[in-house]
Design a protein around this ligand. Structure first.
Ligand SMILES: Nc1ncnc2c1ncn2[C@@H]1O[C@H](COP(=O)(O)OP(=O)(O)OP(=O)(O)O)[C@@H](O)[C@H]1O
Ligand SMILES: [Mg+2]
Length: 300
């Protein structure tokens, strides 16, 4: 898998830029993020500052780390995501700009990838990003970004009187980034996520701003039903594989659970001494499109 992923990574890095988007080039669509209208979600959301120093110390991308290896790695990951999200030929696929991040098991780096991808996309000129924490049992996005929240996704789904703007946090010092926290712990979270309300919300998030990408951090697919349910409404999935840890059987089982998602890509996380080290340094990432064969570990 690593060899195939490495090949794919190199191909992606050198690929032309369909529709003005490409891994090696700037995003040039000529579109500008839409200004939120009065009374729109953004107008009702709270604003909080991100602590860029703390984020950088924690291993996250900030506007000051634009030439770091990490920033470069996430540029390579985000380009194909942006291409897929905003390509003109939509076909019948929906919600291409809704991207779920999942993995087979706990601790493989889903939140790390979701947050860094969001921070990287937030620095784009032509796109904005909404990061949604859908891991109610282990909500990590808000503490990871150093924000504070009382309400979030579960409250939104449980109370029809609430609007996304009522629970949304906008980053005051990174204007292209907004966050929907996980929300109050709810024993019925799996049922809330499986409800029509969740389907309507994700459709709405996908359509409300045409230049915005929604990234959803999810729990592990083999430990909870939510990724499977969310995969019905997400146009893309990033599946995180922890190098030398996630085994092939777990990868296959988890991929089967999210197989309704029309576009699934693999992100190899925490790669040391092999692909990642060769390409980027201590921690590396590889990127493989759906359909690439997952080889047994001995071949990796
Ligand atoms: N590439 C990386 N480099 C350095 N640290 C990493 C990397 N990926 C993940 N980590 C660290 O590993 C730990 C687990 O990562 P993270 O919380 O993102 O995993 P997760 O898959 O979201 O876990 P959970 O299933 O519990 O939500 C965190 O401390 C995170 O900062
Ligand atoms: Mg997590």
């Amino acid at each position: 898998m690593i060899e195939r992923a490495a090949r794919r990574l190199r191909e992606t890095a050198g690929a032309p830029s369909p529709g003005g988007l490409g891994p090696a080039g700037p995003v040039a669509t000529g579109r500008q993020p839409r200004e939120p209208a009065r009374g729109d979600w953004a107008g009702r959301s709270v604003r909080q500052d991100l602590d860029f120093g703390a984020l950088e110390r924690g291993g996250f991308i900030t506007p000051d780390s634009e030439y770091s290896p990490l920033a470069e790695q996430f540029r390579i990951i985000k380009r194909p995501v942006l291409i897929e999200a905003f390509k003109r030929d939509h076909g019948t696929a929906t919600n291409r700009n809704v991207v779920m991040v999942t993995s087979a098991r706990p601790g493989e780096g889903k939140t790390f990838v979701a947050c860094n991808l969001a921070l990287s996309i937030a620095q784009e000129r032509d796109y904005s990003v909404l990061l949604v924490d859908a891991d109610v049992r282990h909500p990590s996005v808000v503490p990871t970004l150093g924000l504070h929240a009382t309400r979030g996704l579960t409250d939104l789904l449980a109370d029809p009187a609430l609007d996304p703007g009522d629970v949304m946090i906008r980053a005051a010092n990174l204007s292209n980034l907004a966050v929907i926290p996980a929300g109050s712990r709810s024993t019925s979270a799996p049922e809330l996520f499986a409800s029509h309300g969740m389907a309507r919300l994700l459709d709405d998030l996908a359509r409300r701003y045409p230049d915005r990408i929604t990234i959803i951090d999810t729990p592990p697919a083999l430990a909870s039903s939510e990724p499977s349910v969310i995969s019905l409404h997400a146009g893309q999935a990033l599946f995180v594989v922890e190098a030398d840890q996630t085994n092939t059987r777990a990868i296959r089982s988890a991929l089967a659970l999210i197989s309704r998602c029309p576009s699934i890509s693999l992100v190899l996380n925490k790669a040391r001494g092999s692909l990642g080290a060769e390409e980027f340094g201590q921690y590396g990432y590889a990127y493989a499109a759906r359909g690439e064969t997952i080889s047994p570990r001995k071949e990796a």
